[in-house]
Design a protein around this ligand. Sequence first.
Ligand code: FAD
Length: 443
Amino acid sequence: MDYDLIVIGSGPGGYVAASRAGMLGKHVLLVEKDELGGVCANRGCIPAKSLLHGAKVYHAAKEGAHLGVHGDVSYDFGEALAWKDDAVTTLRNSIAFLEKQSHVDVVKGNALCVDAHHVTIGETSYETEHLLIATGSSPAVPPIPGAKDNPHVVTSDGIFSLASLPSSVAIVGGGVIGIEFASYFSLLGIKVDVIEMLPEILPMMDGELAKLMRRAMASVSFHTGAKVERIEGGKVVFVDTKGVEQSVDAELVLIATGRRPNLDGMDNLHLEATRKGIVVDEHMETSVSGVYAIGDVNGISLLAHSAENMAHIAVDALYGTGKERFDASLIPWAVYGEPEAAGCGLTEAQATGKGFEVASAVSFLRSNGRFLAEEGKRAPGMAKVVADKKSGKILGVHLLGPASSEMIWGVARPLTVKDLADTVFPHPSFSEALHDCAEKLMV
Ligand SMILES: Cc1cc2nc3c(=O)[nH]c(=O)nc-3n(C[C@H](O)[C@H](O)[C@H](O)COP(=O)(O)OP(=O)(O)OC[C@H]3O[C@@H](n4cnc5c(N)ncnc54)[C@H](O)[C@@H]3O)c2cc1C
């Protein structure tokens, strides 16, 4: 055998799995056809957060008169892109360094699986004992007439290569990617329309908070319950909730309606797969013994930290205890817009639907000392804790407000309301809102 393990794809799933196996002394090959770091580092999490942060700083300075901040501020898109590129390049380099430190061989090329033990890259064939597929996902463009081969239309892949800022944007899809870009463009003063088929944006978020989030993004026009019929140039034509045809005109149309698994080069393996991705068991093993699939390509949870967690599980199954399991209820999510939001576990409606006797409590951040000091009375912010009345177990936590993404990890683990009520939080801090919810539930 040339290798103990060949990993295909160097996103947060693949590069983490390769380096962990390498650190365990295994002989590992990591194959990447594009840049190291996958979608997350190059066309996802990191570039999106870099641009969003710049837009937030710009907006805060421009709207800071109430805090005594005055003066002319401007936003230079070229400089923002250069800052983003620097972050991306630095991250790619640190991934290359990590693989080197872990004694992982890295090869650039398109991997073609010949069978469960043989992979070809260009003219070269490699033999391996085990195979780990971490090829990720790509934007899925629905069959909307006019969505393809239209110079006005981009996906999240194309949006990072814009030469200049558009004067107006229509976003098809009100999920995380759509809402983050809606925040970005609207913070820069650009007209934004979001067209979402479901009755509410951000379906994983508790309905009460999603509504508040939508209201907080006051400069964005939301069209929920709207089905896009066709796109003509920059005109997006949709049917509203009353069945009436409506349209919005924009210079740029972003399609953010979902993603499809990258399965090219896998045909010879005859893996069991659905539309969402490769079917895996609880150890991330596919229907073919010795072949594992982690991250977006298995469609279980399309998040970078889920891919990383699955990398740990697959490597543990191969070379460790075999005891690690993926638990979706412990996976937090975050939306890095303005306002920020994060959550974990069940919404109140989901918990009720599953038959729990639900107890829930909310805390509005306008009664939180730090929030009042920094954001003021009119800014929106809310925490909600959903618990099982009988056992006191926390079933879900939903946050809307500053630093939500930094707070959520603390409750993304098995906890009871009493655990949270017994925890001492720093004062003043936004996270005291969680304590407030727990105290309300203890009564
Ligand atoms: C705009 C945007 C923002 C996002 N923001 C966040 C966020 O804030 N937080 C979060 O958790 N998630 C975020 N995500 C999702 C996150 O990027 C993905 O969940 C994550 O990248 C999945 O990791 P992965 O390892 O499964 O695959 P990927 O990151 O998709 O990497 C797969 C790699 O495999 C390579 N590859 C594919 N086929 C082959 C082949 N045959 N041979 C060789 N190489 C191959 C690809 O080139 C790619 O580099 C965002 C996504 C987008 C699009």
